[in-house]
Design a protein around this ligand. Structure first.
Ligand SMILES: O=C(O)c1ccccc1NCC(=O)[C@H](O)[C@H](O)COP(=O)(O)O
Length: 387
């Protein structure tokens, strides 16, 4: 019998945080894998049913390995842009012996490392299932029946000009991973209407069910109730399918998180948003993400999140830090509207981020918790902004 001796696959030396979560103790080359194991099992060259089964198993395993490799490449590309959030690993390469090859899977990488990664991994499964239920062709067809999109960015600009204060995106938020339940008696339409009466320029509607107790039904219901404020679909987008879905459900804008999406995805998704008449709110948290986003053509709206979505730490001076110096100048030249997000509770907080350069703010907790969320807005700004 022919013996194939291949060098051991050596571990990567690149300092990536997401080193492959398994090691192959024998050759990894897939073509070799197929040829070699057939030879081992059929030294007399007869193709029996056992061989056919073995080959099928190998093919299935090879496909799994390929899928896994693609996932790893995706993670490598993201990591090269400083993205720490990894994509959910597929079921993984075979955990068992294939012919003479042993695959050893180490469990590192098998669990999400922080809340944002956990949300993304869960979202990945959720979206895969939804995509099976509603294929893209059906989704695209439903666009014809979507309510017309409203100009989210114009609404923010107008509010800013009218009040001299940052335009408010008021968030319809029942719960969050960092704060738990924010409001027990949660009626999304009533809250949305109260925000509108209170002077909000736009609304943000959380649609994630598992971590925020939101839903697309809430988004749809608010839209159908005749609320005039343009609506941001606050989702964890990782697939353009979700953008189409949000549009169909009545969204006028969608969130794209730079901590999750590589530049190429952002570029592509921003184009899709434009095509669908949606505004893209591209969210950053640190300087590196801001620099990446400033390098992308066509960005009109940037959100600076004061909350670190990996640790929950909130610090509103983050907005100021990211708008200082050259970054602030580029933003002004490009006429990008910056939204200060998270951790804003008082008129002083609003004044602080406005001084830093924001033209809009996104606020959830401090207003949704008030018995009258509309009056909560007056408290937040220190004056009635609905006039
Ligand atoms: O709010 C969280 O705990 C959270 C955790 C993980 C990912 C995202 C999260 N929040 C999204 C937001 O950034 C906020 O909902 C939004 O900016 C409003 O913040 P706040 O006014 O502090 O409620």
């Amino acid at each position: 019998m022919e013996r194939l001796v291949s060098p051991r696959v050596s571990p990567r030396t690149t300092p990536l945080f997401h080193r492959p979560s398994f090691s192959i103790r024998r050759p990894m080359n897939l073509h070799m894998l197929n040829r070699f194991s057939v030879r081992v099992q059929q030294p007399d060259n007869k193709v029996g049913s056992a061989t056919v089964l073995a080959v099928r198993e190998e093919e299935a395993n090879a496909l799994q390995v390929k899928e896994w490799e693609v996932g790893m490449l995706q993670n490598e590309l993201a990591a090269s842009q400083g993205i720490r959030i990894r994509r959910r690993p597929p079921t993984g390469p075979p955990l068992h012996y294939v012919g003479p090859f042993e695959f050893h899977v180490q469990n590192e990488g098998g669990n999400p490392r922080n809340i944002l990664e956990e949300i993304i991994w869960h979202k990945d499964m959720e979206v895969s299932q939804l995509k099976k239920r509603i294929p893209f062709s059906v989704l695209k067809k439903s666009l014809e029946n979507a309510p017309p999109s409203r100009d989210f960015i114009a609404a923010l600009r107008e509010a800013n000009l009218k009040t001299g204060l940052p335009g408010l995106i008021a968030e319809v938020k029942k719960a969050s991973p960092s704060r738990g339940i924010l409001r027990e008696d949660f009626d999304p339409v009533e809250i949305a209407q109260a925000y509108e009466r209170g002077g909000a320029a736009c609304l943000s509607v959380l649609t994630d069910e598992k971590f925020f107790k939101g839903s697309f039904e809430n988004l749809e219901a608010i839209r159908k109730a005749g609320v005039k404020c343009p609506l941001l679909c606050k989702e964890f987008v990782m697939d353009s399918w979700q953008i189409y879905y949000a549009r169909i459900k009545g969204a006028d804008a969608i969130l794209l998180i730079a901590a999750v999406l590589p530049d190429l995805d952002i570029r592509y998704m921003v184009k899709i948003c434009k095509m669908l008449g949606l505004a893209a709110l591209v969210e950053v948290h640190d300087e590196r993400e801001m620099d990446r986003v400033l390098g992308i053509e066509g960005i009109e709206l940037i959100g600076i999140n004061n909350r670190n979505l990996e640790t929950f730490e909130v610090d509103i001076s983050n907005t100021r830090k990211l708008l200082e110096g050259e970054r602030g100048q580029i933003i002004q030249q490009k006429e990008i509207i910056v939204v200060g997000e998270s951790g804003l509770f008082t008129p002083d907080d609003i004044a602080y981020v406005q001084e830093a350069g924001v033209k809009a703010v996104l606020v959830g907790e401090s207003i949704v918790k008030q018995s009258d969320p509309g009056k909560g807005i007056t408290g937040l700004f220190g004056k009635d902004i609905s006039l």
